[in-house]
Design a protein around this ligand. Sequence first.
Ligand SMILES: Nc1ncnc2c1ncn2[C@@H]1O[C@H](COP(=O)(O)OP(=O)(O)OP(=O)(O)O)[C@@H](O)[C@H]1O
Ligand SMILES: [Mg+2]
Length: 265
Amino acid sequence: MGHIVISGLNKQFVNRRKARREDDSDDPFGQTVPVLEDINIEIEDGEMVCFLGPSGCGKSTLMRIVAGFDRQSSGSVMIDGKEITGPSSDNIFVFQHSGLLPWMTVSQNVELGIRHMEDKHEKCAKIQEYIEMVELEGFEDHYPHQLSGGMLRRAELARALVINPDILIMDEPFSGLDFLTHMKLREEVVNMHQFLGKTILIVTHDIDDALVMGDRVIVFSRRPSQIKLNRKLDFPHPRNFFKKDTELAKLRDELFFMLGVNYAV
Ligand SMILES: Nc1ncnc2c1ncn2[C@@H]1O[C@H](COP(=O)(O)OP(=O)(O)OP(=O)(O)O)[C@@H](O)[C@H]1O
Ligand SMILES: [Mg+2]
């Protein structure tokens, strides 16, 4: 299960960085900086929610709090009715790039997630199943440095999925990939989501990622961040936002304006 309820959540940081110049307009040293303000979100089990917002608005901070790596200043995060008080590897997996161990092969990296599984045959079958799911068969014995950027992300995805977490958190999972690999991997995440039905939280800077993938899109304002938009995306897949005058194309324009771009490209 992966039902998440975030209620009245606030997060402040104390600025520990000294301004470098006299006229530096950064927050003064030692001052409390509000980052997230009264965030209320309910995410259904199996929902894929995409988070958009300006750089520095607190998206990664919120993901860290949901994963239990950081603590909110006030408010609560409940997962399946239980309050989050620390990291839990049982039900949440945070997908991050460069998450593979360089001295282990693809198979060994995937195995890490299920190393405690006792039945060796079952373990091998599982590793193979997930390697095939991300289309990396034939690369089982390759080391991370022998893979392309897109293959690395696929291997990272296999490593995340083999654990069978209820919730997958992906903070900018496609950053640094070339355009076509980004498109392909995005499509694979949509397929994987339809097939596995996990709760997925994706932070992205790409409005089209959110529109193509999300069951819902949430847009944050500048810091201190509040929710500017929380919209269900009830559009069938595959989604085409290039068709003019459709609701999806209009929403795309709206999101561009909301994020400070005056004309959608
Ligand atoms: N450990 C910390 N100590 C102090 N300030 C922090 C800390 N972590 C984050 N911040 C501040 O909180 C704000 C939000 O940071 P966060 O990384 O969550 O933003 P983001 O929305 O993920 O940005 P980006 O889109 O650039 O990744 C920033 O102003 C950042 O400087
Ligand atoms: Mg971030």
